[in-house]
Ligand binder design. Structure first.
Ligand code: GLV
Ligand code: MN
Ligand code: MN
Length: 430
């Protein structure tokens, strides 16, 4: 039911009353407890989370989310890219919705907050809107994007890139995980688990997108701010490199005859690392995955495959560094054959000023401290940015630690993020 305007109240005042009512219903304890509950699906012995995209743990977590959504009478839906939606219907069902959310998958040694915070803060926002009895003009949808991390299937942000039309569904279906299971097989499992949840089309119009996330860095905590208004996301290119050599006996083969893929890989990585080693520590170069075959103590390695994650806030620097990767690999591979495959190339982006201003005004109205901040990590908001007004809200995380089982955040910052989120969503959906 739409709320009636109180007699005598101006629309401006009425909107303010509505906003405050919604923020008032954000429940820090419930938000915290939901994080602890979700962390059970994929819990690691060291207190972290390993919840890979389209895995059994992911399906369990989605079931729980659907259950919470059903208690709030949210309308569930999926799409062909494995994204999950929960809609709070607005007064004008035909109007493009406002969306909020993030991802539920994690790194193999991930924490309890990366991604899932944006999903649960979004759910908390919808619950607060329900509790306040508000029906916005536009529908507001919570989304859990498929495979943001890219740790099971590379590259990451698959669900949001297909939803937004930056990639095609066909281009992701045949991508396989390290056990040879394809995205298509994973999607079929998820679809079989939720036969009653209707399939909505990809590339639906969206009015605006706001993603809440932990900062994953140390700035907000060290500067004592509760909220970061994200100005943009730094650019990132990812590659997969393979060095093909030849197996040989570790005791009998002569050095001059060897095609040792590991020795070649070490030279290549050293050359790339030297290229990316800037005095200001702005270039971020990471080889996070490194696989040696046959990985036997007495066999000269025949194949090494490794990943490159390269980031820089200046797109021209990022392009120039990334463009040198293939040549450097070839030049340093010795007797082995280097093959370089670029998996993704995303330039730096800036969120619209109007969205940033809205988020900071909403924070200031509630006396929640905020500062502008650039996101050094990647997020699904990157792919929503080209199709609708997008923005992000950061909250601090302890010690800036993330992609680590020790990742943590505090309940009052988490609630502040949800308070800013709910008011921002309501303004966008008005
Ligand atoms: C996202 O998880 C990233 O690695 O930036
Ligand atoms: Mn994330
Ligand atoms: Mn992450």
């Amino acid at each position: 039911m739409a709320q009636a305007r109180p007699a005598g109240a101006s629309w401006a005042n009425y909107e303010n009353i509505m906003k405050l009512q919604a923020a008032h219903f954000i429940d820090a304890q419930r938000l915290w407890e939901r994080h602890m509950h979700m962390a059970k699906y994929g819990a690691t012995p060291a207190g972290g989370v390993d919840r890979q995209a389209l895995s059994a743990e992911d399906i369990q977590a989605q079931k729980v989310l659907l259950g919470w959504g059903s208690e709030l009478e949210l309308v569930p839906a999926r799409d062909a890219a494995g994204n999950l939606f929960l809609r709070l219907p607005g007064l004008e069902p035909g109007a493009a919705p406002v969306m909020t959310g993030s991802h539920m998958d994690s790194q193999p040694t991930g924490g309890k907050f990366d991604g899932i915070y944006g999903v649960l803060a979004g759910l908390e926002a919808l619950q607060a809107i329900r509790a306040a009895g508000i029906v916005p003009r536009r529908s507001i949808e919570l989304v859990a994007w498929m495979n943001e991390e890219g740790s099971r299937f590379a590259p990451g942000m698959m669900g949001s890139s297909v939803f937004s039309g930056s990639s095609t569904l066909d281009s992701i279906l045949s991508i396989k995980d390290s056990r040879g299971i394809s995205v298509q097989e994973g999607l079929e499992k998820v679809q079989a688990a939720f036969p009653l949840v209707p399939l909505w089309p990809l590339q639906r119009p969206v009015h605006a997108y706001v993603e809440a996330h932990i900062e994953q860095g140390p700035i907000l905590e060290s500067e004592s701010y509760s909220i970061g208004v994200v100005s943009g996301i730094q650019g990132k290119r990812t590659f997969s490199v393979s060095l093909q050599g030849e197996e040989a006996h570790a005791g009998t083969s002569r050095r001059c005859d060897r095609k040792d893929a590991l020795m070649a890989a070490l030279q290549v990585v050293q050359a790339l690392s030297a290229l990316c080693n800037d005095d200001q520590d702005i270039v971020k170069f990471t080889v996070g995955r490194f696989q040696v075959k046959p990985n036997a103590p007495s066999v000269v390695p025949s194949l090494v495959e490794f990943s490159i994650d390269l980031r820089h806030p200046d797109s021209s620097v990022l392009q120039s560094l990334g463009d040198q990767v293939e040549l450097l690999c070839a030049q340093n591979a010795g007797p082995c054959k280097a093959t370089v495959r670029e998996l993704s190339n995303a330039i730096s982006l800036q969120f619209p000023q109007s969205m940033r201003t809205l988020i900071s005004e909403v924070a200031q109205t509630q006396s929640i401290s905020c500062m502008d901040i650039l996101s050094s990590a990647g997020h699904d908001a990157r792919y929503m940015h080209p199709i609708c007004a997008s923005g992000m809200i950061f909250i601090p995380c302890a010690g800036g630690i993330s992609h680590n089982e020790a990742e943590s955040a505090n309940a009052s910052d988490m609630a502040n993020g949800a308070k800013v989120l709910v008011e921002t969503l309501l303004q966008l959906a008005a």
